[in-house]
Design a binder for this molecule. Structure first.
Ligand code: 2M8
Length: 423
């Protein structure tokens, strides 16, 4: 697969050349899931190299930097100066995090080639790091006290300018201390990227966190949100950790218990009237009653009591009823739905891949098959775009985007080992 080969650096895969020249955390999880079909060993390396950036407190950082490309992306490695921060690794990383899909990816990569995995001692080496990562979420990020992890920056959600963050961001100044560089605009149009004002707020928040040495237990965050996708991935990854534990003769029970606790805790984000999960603003303890794709992703969890209603929402007028080609990132009936603006309407391949897994988990194979076919066609037709207009399929963002290619491969191979089930 040319895209994944071209974006491979020898130790990891960059999301896309130009726009994203470093290693991104949840991108690597999705990339490894596809890469396992092409080269299980490279998929293992992908995850192992990400973990070289793990901090002493267990966090897996949002970005592991390639310092030879420091002026090509902002915020840069020099912005974070992580080497000066106690507990950070010797290589340069961001201080923030991204959604925890890594244990899920680790298990899938192992299953693709158990012999190579065993020969390389892959699972026993990965397990303690993944446990430490999940412990970080529990001990440092349960800001709301209900057992869910909070994100303290929109970048941590992976859905940077989702409408879910608008109200919380309204409280944040858009005037960071340093002038903002926008190398991203050399590779993507401003109309498809977060605005200057949003970037001001993103940088302001990142500076605040960096200036307190990314110490979660010191200082006050001005943005604290519980997000459904982030927590659903954590719960699912606990199920994967249980499988990993079992495979290396350890007790899976704590992971199964935590997955169950997280699934229960997610109920606090469920909005019965809207029929899906929403985000909670932990600072003013309010639910953000907006209908976004993030609120559908808990469908990946088996035994989700709200699944029938969430499936109705997915198939209903706000998402699939009028037959878009892929599931849009935002309610198509919302007055501010924008089919081509980043996380405010376009269809994303990773989110659709997650929903395909969720549909299969809850017995909706026909819809899953249709989405899977459309996802593969659009990926191939348009040179693996970052995202597409859900109605026309027109490509947007960057091209030759790694997770688009990897997840299209995964669906094409059609053997996604979904919690032990070969579909
Ligand atoms: C996008 O986010 C980065 C910041 O992390 C950016 O906009 O510069 C998001 O789509 C995120 O989910 C993704 O991990 C990252 C790299 O592909 O790009």
């Amino acid at each position: 697969m040319c895209v994944l080969d071209a974006n491979w650096t020898g130790s990891h895969t960059i999301p896309a050349s130009g726009l994203y020249p470093h290693q991104w955390s949840w991108d690597s999880g999705f990339i490894a899931i596809g890469l396992r079909h092409l080269s299980p060993e490279r998929a293992q390396l992908e995850l192992e190299s990400l973990l070289l950036g793990q901090w002493q407190d267990g966090r897996i950082p949002q970005i592991v930097y390639d310092v030879t490309k420091d002026d090509e992306y902002s915020p840069s490695a020099s912005f974070w100066g992580s080497a000066q921060i106690p507990g950070a690794p010797s290589i340069s990383t961001a201080g923030l995090i991204q959604p925890p899909n890594h244990a899920w990816a680790t298990w899938e990569v192992h299953c693709a080639d158990p012999a190579t995995s065993r020969a390389r001692n892959f699972l026993p080496r990965m397990y303690p790091h993944l446990v430490a990562w999940h412990e970080y979420l529990k001990t440092h990020r349960d800001r709301g006290g209900v057992g869910l992890a909070s994100v303290i920056h929109p970048w941590e959600s992976g859905m940077d300018n989702s409408p879910l963050w608008d109200n919380a961001l309204a409280r944040i100044p858009s005037t960071p201390q340093h002038a903002i560089q926008r190398p991203d605009l050399l590779h993507a149009d401003l109309t498809e990227r977060p605005s200057e004002k949003e970037y001001g707020k993103f940088f302001w928040l990142a500076e605040q966190y960096r200036d307190r040495e990314c110490d979660d237990l010191r200082g006050e965050d001005r943005f604290i949100m519980e997000d459904p996708t982030f927590n659903a991935l954590w719960a699912y990854s606990e199920l994967s950790l249980a499988k990993i534990a079992e495979a290396i003769d350890l007790d899976p029970t704590p992971h199964l218990e935590r997955a169950a606790d997280l699934t229960t805790a997610l109920s606090s984000l469920y909005d019965e009237e809207l029929g899906l999960f929403v985000a909670r603003d932990v600072i003013d303890d309010t639910l953000v009653r907006k209908v976004t794709i993030s609120g559908l992703v808990p469908l990946i969890l088996p035994g989700l009591s709200q699944a029938p209603a969430v499936l109705r929402t997915l198939l209903g007028s706000r998402f699939l009823e009028n037959r878009p080609l892929m599931v849009p990132s935002y309610d198509v009936t919302a007055t501010d739905f924008q089919p081509t603006q980043y996380w405010r309407g376009p269809a994303w391949f990773n989110m659709n891949w997650l929903l395909i897994q969720g549909l299969r988990t809850h017995g909706r194979d026909t819809t899953a098959d249709e989405l899977s076919a459309n996802l593969q066609t659009l990926a191939l037709e348009h040179h693996f775009p970052e995202y597409v207009d859900p109605w026309t399929g027109a490509p947007h963002g960057t091209r030759n985007f790694s997770w688009t290619a990897a997840l299209a491969v995964d669906l094409a191979v059609g053997v996604t080992n979904h919690q032990g089930r070969i579909s």
